[in-house]
Design a protein around this ligand. Structure first.
Ligand SMILES: *[C@@H]1O[C@H](CO)[C@@H](O)[C@H](O)[C@H]1NC(C)=O
Ligand SMILES: *[C@@H]1O[C@H](CO)[C@@H](O)[C@H](O)[C@H]1NC(C)=O
Ligand SMILES: *[C@@H]1O[C@H](CO)[C@@H](O)[C@H](O)[C@H]1NC(C)=O
Ligand SMILES: *[C@@H]1O[C@H](CO)[C@@H](O)[C@H](O)[C@H]1NC(C)=O
Ligand SMILES: *[C@@H]1O[C@H](CO)[C@@H](O)[C@H](O)[C@H]1NC(C)=O
Length: 478
């Protein structure tokens, strides 16, 4: 951790050119509150999203009061390095604008001035979209991504942007350029990734919810590591438009994270048991090995990432090329993986034909196998542990963690139950179920067939009348 701190300060010095946009974005973001800011005597930072919205809409609290409470909490937790950019004046101005509209008797629903955070992958006009990579620190879009436009039209307020794993290409949010995001439950541990900043701020009660994105677990894994709900919707449920830096468009989806109280979960669980629900084991090993065999992780990245990022840069009128961006990647792991993509000989596996086969043949087969598990067990919902381990120390660095005497890739250790869903577009929801042996959060994943849970509400964790089962998918690693 200290090594990263020193490295970050050094890098900050190196890029400290006069007037450079880069200087203000590196290092821990400070949250300077206006003088005479009142304390959070009402405990507003503790409110869950549903209750905050209810009280905002009832004008029981103002948007400015709520945002102020959250900014104060963010100020106390600056050390987490979870914010990539905060503009206190802008937050308070936008919150005040909602309060003014409400005072003038205008409709401010449905969000009524709720402020939440946004992953650094999303364009929010006049904020930097750096996607956690050095070469994009000058990228300040003038337009919002589609979802942010909808969020603002619903009278939401952006509280700030959050740090992430470089280019969303990793699962720890250990970022050598911007520094690692620290886990509020134990600040020597990572937060999971790639949406680590959003997860850390929800856990620290500096926001009640936030935008994330999920290509291979990036909403769900940090949710599990930080004890928050993390939701990957069915692919295509929400339009990413041109305003989210892409990774693998055939797997990417925007998602949401929110606090989710354990007591509500326990109540739901007790209610299920009282209703006589029987838990059944489902053996997923055939689906897992089919996926392992025919869906090399690298294929989506190889055949989609260069084109998708080039298109994002072109649409944003950037002078950068994908190759320059790739050359400037700071994380050694992300750098070498992306260089492997750039330099990959056409005849080496996976070839373009292997990639085409995925869409024409393997993906429909995998989808059918996956859905058949639900049909065989006669269930709508399958539950799995979200990850095989809780957050590990940051000092164990990327990309390996020592686990039961073996060195395993973080990607393998944390993504066992996250990678099939993106491949077939199915949804997954992480819900926190308490703290494990190491006093770090543990998550449980709820999965469903592709197309389900499109409109699931993670704010109230109302999962409806489903039959529940447990799977043994995670046992592959244990
Ligand atoms: C706001 O709601 C809380 C909780 O229901 C209540 O205790 C408080 O008196 C209300 N305050 C105002 C100003 O309405
Ligand atoms: C962005 O900033 C520019 C310059 O200050 C301003 O003209 C523009 O309205 C801002 N755009 C948004 C969407 O806030
Ligand atoms: C931003 O939005 C405006 C208005 O919709 C559009 O004309 C413009 O092309 C957009 N800019 C970019 C860079 O997409
Ligand atoms: C935090 O995690 C470290 C391992 O990185 C462990 O040694 C330490 O005991 C933990 N601290 C607490 C308060 O649990
Ligand atoms: C989600 O909600 C929208 C609007 O309420 C509705 O049109 C759509 O059919 C819903 N999707 C699912 C899968 O339930």
């Amino acid at each position: 951790m200290q090594v990263f701190g020193v490295l970050t300060s050094l890098l900050a010095l190196l890029v400290q050119l006069p007037g450079s946009a880069k200087t203000q974005l590196t290092g821990v973001q400070t949250i300077a509150l206006p003088a005479n800011t009142p304390g959070d005597a009402l405990g507003l930072a503790e409110l869950g999203t549903a209750e905050a919205v209810e009280r905002l809409c009832a004008r029981n609290i103002t948007s400015v009061q709520y945002a102020t409470a959250l900014l104060q909490r963010g100020h106390l937790w600056e050390c987490l390095n979870a914010f990539s950019e905060v503009d206190v004046e802008r937050v308070l101005t936008e919150a005040q604008a909602v309060d003014d509209r409400a005072a003038a008797g205008r409709d401010v629903g449905p969000l009524c001035g709720l402020s939440i955070v946004v992953k650094d992958l999303y364009d929010v006009a006049n904020y930097t979209t750096a996607a956690g990579t050095p070469s994009l620190t000058g990228n300040v879009p003038q337009n919002n991504s589609v979802l942010i436009d909808k969020f603002l039209a619903a009278n939401g307020v952006v509280l700030g942007k959050t740090r992430m794993h470089e280019l969303a290409y990793g699962v720890t949010s250990i970022n050598p350029f911007f520094g690692p995001v620290l886990n509020p439950y134990n600040n020597t541990c990572h937060t999971g990734g790639s949406s680590g900043g959003t997860a850390a701020l929800i856990a620290a009660r500096a926001t009640s919810a936030g935008f994330c994105s999920d290509t291979g677990g990036s909403c769900r894994i940090p949710g599990a590591m930080c004890g928050t709900a993390g939701f990957r919707p069915t692919s295509g449920c929400y339009d990413a438009g041109d305003g989210i830096v892409p990774l693998v468009p055939s797997r990417d989806t925007p998602g949401m994270m929110a606090r989710s109280s354990n007591s509500a979960y326990e109540q739901a669980f007790t209610a299920l048991q009282e209703a006589g629900v029987e838990l059944v084991d489902v053996d997923f090993s055939s689906v897992q090995s089919f996926s392992d065999q025919l869906f090399p992780d690298v294929s989506g990245y190889t055949f989609e990432m260069p084109g998708a990022i080039s298109k994002y840069l072109y649409r944003h009128k950037s002078d950068l090329s994908f190759y320059t961006l790739a050359e400037e990647i700071a994380s050694p792991t992300v750098y070498s993986t992306v260089q492997g993509i750039v330099e990959k000989p056409a005849e080496v596996y996976p070839t373009l034909q292997d990639y085409i086969n995925i869409f024409s043949t393997y993906r429909p087969q995998l989808t059918a196998m996956y859905n058949a598990k639900y049909d065989e067990a006669e269930v709508d919902i399958i539950m799995t542990p979200m990850t095989s381990v809780p957050a590990t120390p940051i000092s164990a660095t990327e990309p390996y963690t020592s686990f039961k005497g073996r060195y395993l890739l973080n990607r393998d250790l944390l993504r066992v139950t996250s990678v099939i869903e993106p491949e077939i577009g199915a949804p997954g929801l992480n819900i926190p179920i308490g703290l494990g042996e190491t006093s770090l959060p543990v998550g449980l994943q709820i999965q469903a067939r592709s197309g389900a849970l499109c409109n699931a509400s993670i704010f109230s964790c109302d999962c409806g009348d489903f039959d529940w089962v447990l799977t043994t998918r995670i046992q592959r690693l244990l």
